[in-house]
Structures are given as structure tokens and as C-alpha cells.
Design a binder for this molecule. Sequence first.
Ligand code: PMP
Length: 391
Amino acid sequence: MSLTTPALAGKLAGLQSSAIRDLLKLTARADIISLAGGLPDAELMPGERIAAATAAALADPAVLQYTESPGWPALRAVLAARESARIGRTVPVEEVFVTHGSQQALSLLAEVLLDPGALVIVEDPAYVGALQVFRAAGARIAAVPLDGDGLRVDLLEELLAAGERPAVVHTVSNFHNPGGVTLAPERRRRLAELAEAHGFWIIEDDPYGELWFDQPAPAPVAAYSSQVIRLSSVSKILAPALRVGWMTAPDRVCRAVELLKQGADLCGSALTQQTAATLLTDTEWLAAHIKSVRARYAARARALVAAVRTTFGDRLTCTDAAGGMFVWAEFTDGTDTSALLPAALEAGVAYVPGAAFAVSDAYRSAMRLCFTTSDEATLTEAISRLSAAAR
Ligand code: PMP
């Protein structure tokens, strides 16, 4: 044994493992219906199409080589066209940067945009993957709550009026993880105005925008300002295993991210990026595929929400699922969802307690329910188990 134990970096002291990732290990048991995971349904992923596109990609040996750090050119071109249509202005290829899932975009952006101690505003409840990144970057974090129309931009305005000067505001604009809500169009416009007036970046984190049920998501925040860095990915529409995410950002941000990406992993996989490019280019097939995923998730979401409402009545409020993968439910009688979890697991159902996403508010009576990976009957059974546990 060595006499002096080698140290880990000091910045690790405050970091914790994601409570959700830890919980996932527990809920893999076959007798538990898990509403905890937050994973897209693997059975709806287009495995055969991915295999065929991968085989076709391999005809070009270049896909086995290292590629450019900002991404495989064919994929960047497809993404530039898609983002231009989505944002409503021409996004040049230089402003599209491909990352290892959109999570890597968050991680590289935190290094590029934040000095230690810089203020980052997140939503409360927050996307845990963003919290982990901003904490690791040594940022000071302040939270602004969500309501049914998304981020309370009026409360952000109060913080700004009180003299707070954020470097970054992070928002999951569509079908929030975990909050289930979507940022209202007039708030998008106002948020963009505030960014320009006060000189902060907005990170619009949008992996769920295409998973709408009844009506498409509103125009992105990025439609209102070039100070918005928009993130998205194929994880929820094709498969997370491709690890294809991207950001659209001003050229100088992309160039800074490129320097860090070189140090992080040199480049992404040309093979999975060409596969993604092929599938995204087959627009007729893609539209039909996404439509069928939407329909399946919508049916599951409706079954879950209906079960919550008929089983619990006023005791448990629940967001209307308009898209995405989650609803956010809150006990109105003070039931503590962390304390309830062991009984729920015993009854054979898992969820993530609201406390896992809490920044300022404790969200002790809240929970996130994921509806993507069980069929309607199983979701209904899950809520009846939850009711038994909560009795
Ligand atoms: N942002 C949000 C809000 C998410 O929910 C997720 C996935 N859980 C991600 C980013 C990262 O996804 P990926 O890296 O697979 O693109």
C-alpha cells in the first residue's frame, strides 16, 4: 500500500451520481413496472433500417476513419437543412456542430461559456443531466420555477431587475423533462428579448420537440434570437445508441466547442453519423416512422393520465401529456414521494421522486412518471399498484 494516497481533483467534492441513474439499477427487476426510467421504447426503434443504413454506409471505407471534429459533412448538411426549416432562417453548415448525443453538447458548452462562479439559470424542476454539467463546471446555479406554460419568464425578469447577471439560461422548451410542460410562444419571444437586452446565452435543449401528440411544438426560441444555442438529437426519434446529437450556434461558439471536442474525443463516429444522415434524408420514411412513434406514445400517455385521474381524483394532480415522454404528478395531501418509494417498489411500481429534480423548491410531493416503455394496460396496472402503496 502506498503511503500517500493520490488525490482526485477538488472539483469532484460536491458532485453526486444522478439519483435517477442509481434508481434505474434497482428498477431493472422483472416484477417492477418502471415509470422511472425515462428511456424511449427500444421496440419502436427502427433496428432493421439502422442495420441497412449501416451496411450501406460501410461501402465507403471513409466511414471507418476518423472524421472532422464538428461532424461528418453529409450529416451536417442534412442537419443544416432541417434546422433551417425548423428555425425559419438559413442555418449555414458552419453553425451546425455534431456531438456525442446532445448531452455532450451541454458538457462542451458549459466549458466554453462558463467561467467558475458564473451564474447559470436553470428551470425548477430541472433536467438533471444539465444540473450535473453546470455543477461540474463550478457554476453558481439559480432556479426559476415552471408553471403550465413553461419557464416563469416573469420571475426571470425579476431576477434580472434585482441585478442578477446570468451567463446562460438553460431551458427545455418542449415537453419538459421532468415537468411535462411546453414554453408558451409569447414567453419564447420575451425570453429571447431578455437575452439580447442583458447579454446572456440561452441554451434551448430540445430533444423532444418532434414527439408532439395533437399539435406541433411552437416555433423554437432560436427563431427569435441568434443568442440561442439550440440542441437536439436523434436519440428520441431514431435511437440513443447512435449517439448523434447536435447544436446550432454562432460560428465563434462552434469554433470554441471544436477546440474542446478535439481534446475530449477527437471526433464522433463517421459510421453512426452517416447512418443517421441516411435515415434523416429518407424524409417520407422518417415522417411515417415518427408519426407512428407519436401515436404509440400518445395512446400510452392518455392511458396513464386517465388512470391517475380516475384512481386518485383530486389527491394527485398530473400534467396533460401533450408530447414527449413524461408527466409530472403532485400529491395535494402532502404525501412524501421519497418516503413512499419503498412501499411503491414493494407493490411493484417505480417512479422518480420530485426531489431528484429539485433545485430551490423541494418538490417533496411530486414525481416524474415516464409513459414510453409500457403498454396501456401495464400503465393502468402501475397506477393501481401506486394507489395500493399510497393507501
Ligand atoms: N436534454 C434533455 C432534456 C434530455 O432529457 C436528454 C436525455 N435524457 C438529453 C438532453 C440528452 O440526450 P442525448 O444525449 O441522448 O441526445
